[in-house]
Design a protein around this ligand. Structure first.
Ligand code: UD1
Ligand code: CA
Length: 462
């Protein structure tokens, strides 16, 4: 039987204390809603609807193609939201399965959802439950003496006996379509929150003598996010899953608990990751690369066999067998070709370093093209900004830029040229030439002696 999916995501999430709608909060590289949809995707449902409302504009961008958004104008409860979702589903067969999921459950697994999709024809509903040490905040699953589920009672509507129950409603269900549609019509809002509860459907169906099957999940899998600290806890669990999968695939990690790799990142087998590494967005790491300790990289490439440590990379491409750091900042538009080096206290922006080009110490290279095998001496910088506009610097191949050279852009230094240490280079330099810009050194003998006498009236000790 085909499966249709309705994800409820219209709530504001007041307890998040945030402007952002709850399901748009990101954890381990995806928004909450993204994690739920990722778990759903392999099931290839016939249709998927996400019910949006609060901050719909901020949720829309996270919905992949093929997922339909239905707007719940006013948040009148999960039952009402489900109705809005059903109306947007299109054609549904009476015996199809409608899976209803809450959008704030980022740890849902495909394997668990599979159980809901595989509901046997004679079972009207499969619902996920879990035993929590601390069930507070959740709806309680009430069973009769024979152990059959009879209803779900929201915490605020519980009596003392019900409140003591530790089995909770997770917020993931597989309903037979016709029964859900029918039972929803019977849900009222006579409860502590004056909302239409989807959970009332359970009691209605059981009351009709229908067969309902609970599916028990671990508390981890079904945790619902309502606050910032729960978001952080979920992030830790998701990160552990990501790191586990990476290590299974052959990535070495010294300390997975201090390694933060978003789900959108690719790390090749054989890479080595040290603690304090944050890899975000569309970052990729090649085989045999060493990353860390202490690297933050977003939307960047780290090539095979490269070493990057104590560094920040934003929109940078580091080729194979390169060296970056310690203490380097690679800003957007940085491209390092094979074997290039950006060393200690070096910042680059919109700059290409050719093969084996090196800037080992204390440099700023902005809007520059550095040819293959050229060496940028310690303390040298490109003066790329005149206060109004940015200008480009071209350094040819096999160039030797002496220490502390100021390269005032726009500027071209020809292949094999040399600049003298401390020079301020404002004119283009011909290939193979030496450019020095330096006043002559003066020497005044006996100066130190006369200076000491001036200040103390005495002769120097030595
Ligand atoms: C709900 C369940 C509770 C369960 C818990 C699990 C109900 C009545 N209660 O409670 O039994 O233990 O989840 O986490 O279903 N939403 C809408 N529109 C609305 C209201 C909610 O789209 O009008 C969405 C929210 O965005 C959220 C989800 O439904 O993603 C659940 O809503 P939430 O307010 O978090 O429900 P809980 O009080 O946690
Ligand atoms: Ca919730």
């Amino acid at each position: 039987m085909p499966t249709h999916v309705v994800v409820l995501a219209a709530g504001q999430g007041k307890r998040m204390m945030s402007q952002l709608p709850k399901v748009a909060h990101a954890v381990a590289g995806r928004p909450l809603i993204g994690w739920v949809l990722e778990a759903v995707r392999p099931l290839e449902p016939a249709s998927t609807v996400v019910v949006v409302g609060h901050g719909a504009d901020q949720v829309h961008p996270h919905l992949p193609d093929g997922v339909v958004a239905a707007v719940q104008e006013e948040q009148m409860g999960t039952g009402h939201a489900t109705q809005v979702g059903l109306d947007a589903l299109g054609e549904v067969g009476a015996d199809d399965t409608i899976m209803v999921l809450y959008g704030d459950m980022p740890l849902l697994t495909t394997a668990l959802l599979q159980h809901l999709a595989e509901r046997p024809a004679e079972v009207v509903t499969r619902m996920v439950t879990s035993i929590f040490d601390d069930p507070s905040g959740y709806g309680r699953v009430i069973r009769d003496e024979d152990g059959f589920v009879v209803e779900v009672v929201e915490e605020r509507d519980c009596d003392d006996v019900q409140r003591a129950v530790r089995e909770v409603n997770a917020g993931a269900y597989g309903f037979r379509a016709k029964d859900l549609i029918d039972a929803l019509g019977g849900v009222s809002n006579h409860n502590a929150q004056s909302e239409y509860y989807l959970t009332d459907v359970i009691g209605i169906l059981v009351g009709r003598g229908e067969r309902l099957e609970p599916v028990e999940a671990t508390p981890e899998e079904v945790v619902g996010i309502n606050s910032q600290d729960q978001l952080t806890d979920a992030g830790r669990l998701l990160q552990a899953r990501i790191n586990h999968d990476l290590m299974q695939s052959g990535v070495w990690m010294l300390d997975p608990e201090r390694t933060y790799v978003e789900d959108t990142v690719t790390v090749a087998p054989g890479a080595r990751i040290y603690p304090g590494v944050h890899l975000e967005g569309k970052t990729t790491v090649g085989a045999g690369a060493q990353v860390g300790p202490d690297v933050f990289a977003v939307d960047s490439t780290i090539g095979a066999g490269s070493t990057v440590w104590y560094a920040v990379l934003r929109g940078a491409i580091v080729g194979d067998e390169c060296e970056v750091g310690p203490y380097a900042s690679l800003r957007p538009g940085t491209v390092m070709e094979k074997g290039a080096k950006v060393g200690t206290f070096v910042e680059t922006k919109n700059t290409t370093l050719g093969e084996k080009a090196k800037a080992p110490h204390l440099s700023y290279l902005g809007d520059a093209t550095i040819g293959a095998r050229s060496n940028i001496g310690a303390g040298s910088i490109t003066c790329n900004y005149d206060g109004y506009e940015k200008h480009h610097t071209v350094v040819g191949e096999d160039v030797f830029i002496g220490s502390d050279t100021m390269l005032v852009a726009p500027l071209t230094v020809g292949d094999r040229a040399v600049t003298g240490a401390g020079s301020v280079i404002t004119n283009d330099v011909e290939a193979g030439a030496l450019a020095v810009e330096r006043s002559e050194q003066q020497e005044i003998p006996g100066y130190s002696q006369r200076r000491a006498e001036r200040h103390t009236g005495k002769q120097n000790e030595d």
